[in-house]
Ligand binder design. Structure first.
Ligand code: ADP
Ligand code: MG
Length: 378
């Protein structure tokens, strides 16, 4: 099917063509018409399947139909995301689709870690606000924005937004929103049974779940190595050299470990930086930007980067340490194998973690032939 069939505003179709999208992905094809009608929706589709445009396109379409209103500090659309990096990325997608439209729509991303004053000033006239919860509440409390005119609420990475870490902030935000609104939730790992959904959705949502087809499973190839903690560093360097890896995203479970792994790689001539919650905002921006543009061989990250971040044709992900939750595993490996490209996710497993890794694979309905690193010469 083509985008033309979706009845989107003509100027949006021009942008879609200009950005090189030829056909809508499955989630886009099904979610866009529902979203355009203003219905509440849960959109569940695998990582890298184009969920962002499934809400960005219908939102812009609907705003284009609105009569112009007096500029204010009352955004019409609120998109909540878990991290600063994702806020910037989603804002960029809004910008790409709206920048050359005749009617000017203003979108903006707000998040912590940078000073609040410029954000307060820039809030005037914003139609579409993309925010992390903490900074959004700070802006609201200082009267820089009002949330009573929000017509459309989106939770991207919705299961993360509704989990314990954000519970209090989310409750506070929901109370500030009008009860008459459209709410849309998107994630690769969302279940319509998730408790907490009822707090956000007021009416029965349309549930759109795109089942993985047999043939797409191979887009993210998985491999695993049994390796002791003390041999993980040498194994990582061996694999980078052996497979001639030019770009790899390495996940660790702690900030300290991310720093250690990155510095060890650098010492061994593999250019690497770490990214995690203890880094300054400018360090976070620089590291991710360098990595996204292909100017950094290895980025070592905590789960901060595991959700939603889109790195064009990233070929390799390495789980240096196993995540506790199978969901985190799904999101980490989902940084590769996006938008019809394929990728390889390599996981390091200690003997003690064998059972846990089996549980993760079973949840993903995947199987791996493990390689024992002791059989390799490095
Ligand atoms: P998700 O949120 O489902 O993980 P994204 O929305 O981040 O996925 O999209 C993944 C990548 O696919 C992005 O680089 C995006 O530009 C690209 N993409 C999205 N929709 C299409 C499409 N219809 N045709 C081609 N590429 C697309
Ligand atoms: Mg996404």
């Amino acid at each position: 099917m083509s985008f033309n069939k979706l009845n989107l505003h003509d100027s949006l179709l021009d942008r879609i063509t200009a950005l090189g999208y030829s056909t809508p992905t499955a989630i886009q094809e099904q979610a866009i018409p529902v979203a355009m009608e203003g219905k509440d929706l849960l959109g569940i589709a695998k990582t890298g399947s184009g969920k962002t445009a499934s809400f960005v396109l219908p939102i812009i379409h609907r705003l284009l139909a609105d009569k112009p209103v007096q500029k204010s500090r009352q955004p019409k659309v609120l998109v909540l995301v878990p991290t600063r990096e994702l806020a910037m990325q989603v804002n960029e997608v809004f910008r790409q689709f709206s920048e050359t439209l005749s009617s000017s729509l203003k979108s903006m991303a707000v998040f912590g870690g940078v000073s609040i004053n410029p954000q307060m000033k820039a809030m005037y006239g914003v139609d579409i606000l993309i925010a992390t919860p903490g900074r959004l509440l700070d802006l609201q409390r200082s009267n820089a924005i009002g949330l009573s005119k929000v017509q459309i609420l989106v939770l991207d990475e919705a299961d993360k937004m509704l989990n314990l870490g954000f519970e209090k902030e989310m409750e506070e935000i929901i109370k500030l929103l009008p009860t008459q609104r459209q709410s849309m939730l998107f994630s690769a790992t969302l279940s319509d049974r998730l408790s907490g959904i009822r707090k956000v959705l007021l009416s029965d949502p349309v549930v759109i779940e795109i089942e993985n087809k047999e043939e797409d499973v191979t887009q993210i190839n998985l491999s695993g190595y049994f390796v002791g903690d003390d041999r993980k560093g040498p194994l990582l360097r061996y694999l980078i050299r052996e497979k001639n890896i030019k770009q790899v995203l390495v996940f660790t479970s702690s900030r300290q470990k991310a720093d250690k792994v990155a510095s060890k790689l650098s010492k061994n001539g593999i250019e690497a930086l770490s990214i995690h919650g203890k880094k300054s905002q400018s360090e976070r921006v620089t590291a991710l930007e360098k990595f996204k543009t292909g100017n950094l061989q290895a980025l070592v990250a905590t789960d901060l980067i595991s959700r939603g971040i889109d790195i064009d044709q990233l070929p390799y992900v390495v789980n240096y340490e196993l995540p506790r939750s199978p969901k985190d595993f799904v999101h980490r490996v989902g940084r590769t194998g996006r938008a019809e490209h394929s990728g390889l996710a390599i996981t390091f497993v200690t003997k003690e973690e064998t059972h846990h890794f089996k549980v993760i694979l079973k949840k993903m309905k995947r199987y791996i032939d493990m390689i024992d690193s002791q059989t390799l010469e490095f």
